[in-house]
Design a protein around this ligand. Structure first.
Ligand code: HEM
Length: 525
């Protein structure tokens, strides 16, 4: 029987080569040498392409099926968490708001408040087929979740990475290395107090200032000297550094929210160039500080930048908030002044050790943090494993847990009917019920070294709680004590009139950044 010409075409490249070597022209009846080569190559190419396409087909099908399985699992487990009857595909605030009797433009905190009223302390909300949000309002549940959920939203890590490169802090997935870095930073910060040079620098000021800008400048100097040493205060590039840091703080999350970097946008490149200049300046100050002092934090440029950014933004917001209260409530300012003058004697510079004894001042700082947290939510997730809660509810891996701070920190059942008012003494409230000995014990329980108060979550809690909490509270209190000790903080003459605010309009007043005047006290020692 005659063999078909096609059977002469070897099946693999190896077969082809072997045949060409052993028998240069075995099928001359069918093909000339060149035709055979081209036929073989075409055939080889077709088979190769088919094989690759099959592999791709199976891989993509496998990926899609496992993603689908994950989504179905998320829907099934998520569906068991109490929440509005909305299909995951059609989730989002706009769909859910009308179900709660609210308008579509309600903000997220307002919507969550309605949802918690309707569905209890743990509520789920779909923001897309694979985006499950779980909001928690009950303090016991929050505590349990913040201990169990050790990962953070990948977007925060992306924002830090885009701006500063790889970091060991603020990363999304929690691991031993992150824990180690947190512990060494905590140890460093616990042995640090705000530099007296920052305070000396401060008491030389007397001009009229915008409260937010002033607070930002103080926070920058406080954190800068803590991380880089006192050389930071005389650094010629400090102002430029501050401007760049604030640009990155303002725009970082926006640019990180793009899945593909928007390289076609000019303002994106402007942002990247600001990040590069900021990194360059950080390397410069790291070098200067290493030459100047041995006791600076040993960390990567990215980690130092991350700490500067987070520390400055949050501490500035806390200080601005306290100053705004003091300027609007002269009685509060006088009360703090009395406490400061009773404990502090001598120079213009109040020390951190003295501040530790100023219970009312520390309570004022905590009360400010309660009413105006630096951000509206705490966010956590468990990236790999489900979280099984003690009440039997399972929060599936990948779901994002939100703690709406306004709802917890302004909750009448926790803080009392005056929860909206600024009452620092609520942190010292047990004092009157107890005898002298117990009173001291209770005070130290409330205002202990780490300033931990159960339902005060402005600094987070659990495995990823703020490492700088004690440092931030003590530094802010020391700065405020030094200002109050040396100056009377007043609203600039025309500022109240210009803003058109009534004296009792406390909510609007507190949301404004007033222009303040520091007028030197005549009765200071
Ligand atoms: C008023 C000032 C501050 C506020 C309100 C604040 C608040 C927070 C919050 C809410 C978190 C997340 C906690 C959580 O998810 O449970 C956090 C994390 C963190 N904070 Fe602060 N913070 C402040 C100042 C500082 C300072 C001064 C430093 C250090 C210089 C610092 C270092 C950190 C670090 C390293 C983390 C990340 C921990 C991690 O991801 O594992 N913070 N902070």
């Amino acid at each position: 029987m005659e063999e078909s010409c096609e059977t002469f075409v070897p099946y693999t490249l190896l077969g082809f080569l072997i045949r060409r070597i052993t028998d240069p022209d075995p099928f001359s009846s069918c093909y000339s040498g060149d035709l055979l080569t081209s036929y073989f190559l075409r055939d080889y190419f077709t088979r190769g392409t088919n094989a690759i396409l099959w592999i791709l087909f199976f891989s993509i099908t496998f990926i899609l099926l496992s993603r689908l399985a994950q989504i179905v699992r998320l829907w099934t487990l998520g569906g068991r968490i109490p929440g509005p009857p909305v299909w995951p595909l059609f989730g989002g605030c706009a769909t859910v708001a009308p179900l709660c009797g609210s308008d579509r433009d309600i903000d997220l905190t307002g919507l969550l408040s309605k949802l918690h009223d309707n569905y209890g302390p743990l509520v789920r909300l779909w923001f897309g087929p694979s985006q499950l949000f779980v909001s928690v309002k009950d303090t016991q549940l929050i505590k349990e979740i913040l201990v169990k959920a050790k990962d953070k939203l990948p977007l925060s890590e992306r924002a830090y990475n885009l701006a500063f490169g790889a970091l060991n802090l603020f990363v999304s997935a929690f691991n031993d290395k992150v824990n180690e870095n947190r512990e060494s930073l905590a140890e460093y910060l616990n042995n640090k107090s705000i530099s007296t040079n920052v305070i000396k620098n401060l008491v030389e000021r007397t001009n009229s200032l915008d409260c937010t800008t002033f607070a930002q400048c103080m926070a920058l100097k406080a954190i800068g000297t803590t991380l880089f040493g006192d050389i930071f205060l005389n650094w010629k590039n400090m102002t430029q550094y501050e401007e760049l840091l604030m640009t990155v703080a303002k725009d970082g999350f926006f640019w990180a929210s793009y899945v593909i970097a928007p390289f076609w946008r000019r303002d994106y490149w402007r942002y990247r160039s600001a990040c590069e200049r900021l990194k360059g300046l950080t390397l410069e100050i790291m070098e200067l500080s290493e030459r100047d002092s041995k006791s600076v934090l040993k960390a990567s440029c990215g980690d130092l930048l991350g700490l500067m950014l987070h520390g400055c933004v949050t501490t500035a917001s806390l200080i601005a908030n306290i100053l705004t209260r003091l300027v609007h409530y002269p009685n509060l300012q006088e009360q703090i002044y009395s406490e400061v003058s009773a404990i502090h004697k001598g120079s213009h510079v109040v020390s951190t050790d003295e501040v530790r004894k100023m219970q009312f001042l520390l309570a004022t700082v905590l009360e400010s943090a309660r009413l105006m947290p630096a951000g509206p939510f705490l966010q956590r997730c468990s990236l790999k494993s489900d979280m099984r809660l003690e009440n039997g509810i399972v929060i599936p891996a990948g779901a994002i847990v939100f703690v709406p701070l306004h709802l917890v920190q302004m909750n009448a059942s926790i803080w009392g009917e005056d929860f909206l008012e600024f009452v620092p003494s609520r942190f010292l409230s047990n004092e009157n019920d107890l005898d002298e000995k117990e009173s001291t014990a209770t005070k130290s329980q409330y205002l202990n070294e780490s300033f931990k108060v159960e339902a005060l979550l402005s600094f987070g809690d659990g495995a990823r709680a703020c490492v700088g909490q004690s440092f931030a509270v003590l530094s802010s209190a020391t700065l405020v004590a030094s200002i109050v000790c040396n100056f009377e903080i007043k609203l600039q003459q025309n500022a109240a009139k210009d803003s058109g605010l009534a004296a009792h309009d406390s909510v609007s007043q507190e949301n404004q950044s007033p222009r303040i005047v520091l007028s030197k006290r005549t009765d200071t020692n």
